[in-house]
Design a protein around this ligand. Structure first.
Ligand SMILES: C[S@@+](CC[C@H](N)C(=O)[O-])C[C@H]1O[C@@H](n2cnc3c(N)ncnc32)[C@H](O)[C@@H]1O
Length: 620
């Protein structure tokens, strides 16, 4: 691996940012709280005198980006005269005016029953509003209504509780929340809870001084109607004595992500890989793991948690920026502890830059995750040790348990990459270092080279090992009609993720496992019988059935820089199209390939023996 040169970083920094013209404002805040108002005025006037166009902004001073290059000097100068400032470079600040605009758009969509559209707009509004402001509470309450009409009752309930918790929702409208909560429980068949909420709704309605008597009477009739419905259901339920069984959920063994039936081994052709330590049947689970890191693809961030990637329609936003949402406080706190505190101000410029690919974003997130947990000094010393030529790393002992090795010890394939590919990786790493420095992230100058070099490795790792997490699409596609349909119709690629154990699986154009996402958890299972001692293979986007050899070679080389050594490539298996799809029988009895004379399809011997192996094993 070539050593990282900082001059490249400086060059790319100036060229890149000047060209990109990142519209990023800078906010100055004062660390000395006691004297902050005096200092605020002093600095504000000083900057004004020098024509820096400062703007007062919620206790901070906003500078346009034109003066960004002088920021460090300003900080140094102020420090010299005893004024300590923080600089925050986010454009993604909370803004109640913007939030109100999104909410109005949500209300308009809601009125014409475009609930999916209103859900999107309310979520944007929640992300942009100042936390726990009345604007925030109104948008959460409105979102609960959209969710109710989308029949997402649990999420609607969560938003209603969030609204109550904020204590910023107008008291005179509390009856609306109680009614909606009651409606959700009624739809979920929790009739006694619904009845209790309807009576709370009626008592709030009685004490309401804003509504006219007429309006109150109308609402009361409606609520009494709902209560009657609930009582009827309760009566029926008693008669039928229905017992509800709780749904059995999949249980995961949290101690190990690898099942006992696989082990890590080395092979000459493909390096490390996973091998079956017993016969595996199709359907058997091999790995259950959570991604070590992931980033959303395109604009999929609106309905999925930024930490666990699970779908969450009643999400809560980051307290500082308006770019990310989380399932709940637990995910939010985990994200803060893991990477988001640093990333908070970086998110926006990265997303604005058209040259930044999701794999670059992912590499930066891996880096942040590691330095947040380890600190920059410890991280750099681990990187330096790892890079030493005599360092011997035992993948079996600490790979999947240590947070550093489970990312950093993945293969980056640097030795097989072309010079131009490595040059591109270096440029991207330089840009990332510049971005970190630009955002005041403190990297000691003697460690800049190590950080840059490690980013090159992380970029190679994410380029080689990341894959798309697929989910049923719902609310994520463009809706252009008014019909509310909760039935998912297609699959969507939600996020680009990195999983440690799955990354050890080598490619074959005839894969014997697949990976599927279950609510943010990646499950790898066998799709063919796998004999004891055989290697586990997934596919890196091409299969012999659907792509000819040339297409497969080109894809694997361009994307991953290796030449495939799988049995389908070595033995030059034909693909389905050349076999004539109609002639291939599915049933065992009809398969003509056991018989030499009947082998009209011209299937090579190796493929026949493989197929026979599968058939025999399946029948056994
Ligand atoms: C995602 S990693 C798989 C784990 C890797 N073998 C390791 O040692 O960590 C992908 C790399 O494994 C090797 N590899 C995977 N599948 C291969 C195949 N079918 N033929 C040759 N090399 C393969 C290539 O070097 C490739 O860059």
């Amino acid at each position: 691996m070539s050593h990282y040169e900082m001059p490249i970083a400086e060059y790319v920094y100036t060229e890149h940012f000047e060209e990109m013209n990142v519209t990023q404002d800078v906010y100055l805040t004062f660390t000395d709280k006691k004297n902050s108002s005096d200092q605020f005025l002093y600095v504000y006037n000083l900057l004004k005198e020098y024509d820096w166009l400062p703007k007062k902004c919620d206790g901070s001073i906003r500078l346009s980006q034109a003066h960004r290059r002088w920021r460090k000097r300003l900080k140094k100068y102020l420090k010299k005269i005893g004024i300590f400032i923080n600089m925050n470079c986010t454009t993604a600040k909370k803004n109640n005016n913007t939030s109100d605009q999104y909410r109005s758009r949500g209300n308009e969509a809601f009125k014409i029953k475009k609930y999916e559209e209103s859900l999107k707009m309310y979520t944007r509004s929640i992300m942009t509003a100042e936390i726990d402001s009345p604007n925030f509470a109104l948008s959460v309450a409105n979102r609960s209504a959209a969710l109710y009409y989308l029949e997402e009752y649990e999420h609607s309930l969560k938003d209603i509780d969030q609204t109550f918790k904020s204590k910023q929702y107008p008291l005179q409208n509390y009856y609306k929340l109680f009614e909606r909560k009651g409606n959700c429980y009624r739809q979920m068949n929790h009739t006694s809870l619904a009845l209790k909420l309807y009576s709370d709704c009626l008592s709030h309605l009685n004490s309401n001084t804003y509504l006219t008597l007429d309006a109150k009477a109308k609402i009361k009739i409606r609520i009494l109607g709902f209560m009657k419905k609930c009582e009827e259901v309760e009566e029926k339920t008693k008669i039928m004595n229905v017992k509800y069984k709780s749904l059995t959920k999949l249980k995961f063994d949290k101690n190990s992500v690898l099942s006992k039936c696989v082990e890590i081994r080395n092979s000459k052709e493909m390096g490390r890989g996973l091998f079956a330590s017993k016969h595996l049947k199709p359907g058997e689970i091999i790995i259950i793991e959570e991604p070590v890191a992931g980033v959303f693809k395109n604009n999929k961030w609106m309905f999925n948690c930024n930490y666990c990637f699970k779908r969450c329609l009643s999400a809560i936003p980051c307290h500082t920026c308006s770019q990310v949402i989380y399932c709940d406080e637990t995910c939010l706190q985990k994200a803060y502890a893991s990477y988001h505190t640093i990333e908070c101000s970086l998110v926006y410029p990265l997303k604005e830059d058209p040259t930044v690919e999701p794999t670059h974003d992912l590499a930066l997130r891996c880096f942040m995750r590691l330095i947040n947990v380890m600190g920059i000094d410890h991280y750099c010393s681990m990187v330096q040790t790892y890079n030493e030529s005599n360092f011997c790393f035992d993948i079996k002992s600490n790979f999947l348990t240590d947070s550093f090795y489970s990312i950093y010890a993945l293969d980056g394939n640097e030795t097989k990459r072309t010079v131009s590919n490595l040059f591109f990786m270096h440029c991207t790493a330089s840009m990332m270092v510049s971005l970190l420095l630009l955002n005041e992230y403190d990297i000691p100058s003697n460690l800049l080279g190590t950080v840059g070099g490690s980013l090159v490795h992380l970029l190679c790792i994410t380029n080689l090992n990341s894959y798309a997490s697929i989910e049923l699409s719902k609310y994520t596609g463009e809706s252009n009609n008014n019909i509310v349909s909760n039935r998912p119709t297609t699959f969507d690629s939600i996020a680009l993720i990195l999983c440690s154990a799955y990354s050890l699986i080598n490619h074959s154009c005839d894969p014997n496992v697949i990976v599927q996402t279950y609510s943010g958890i990646e499950v790898t299972r066998a799709i063919q019988p796998i004999l004891k001692g055989s290697q586990i293979f997934t596919d890196y986007g091409v299969k012999f059935m659907s792509h000819n050899k040339e297409q497969r070679c080109t894809h694997l080389f361009d994307q991953y820089q290796f030449q495939c050594q799988c049995h389908a490539c070595i033995n030059d298996w034909p693909n389905y199209v050349s076999l004539g799809f109609n002639e291939l029988f599915i049933g065992y009895d009809q398969l003509p390939i056991n018989n030499k004379e009947n082998n009209k399809l011209n299937i090579p011997k190796s493929a026949i023996s493989k197929l026979n192996e599968i058939i025999c094993y399946t029948i056994i």
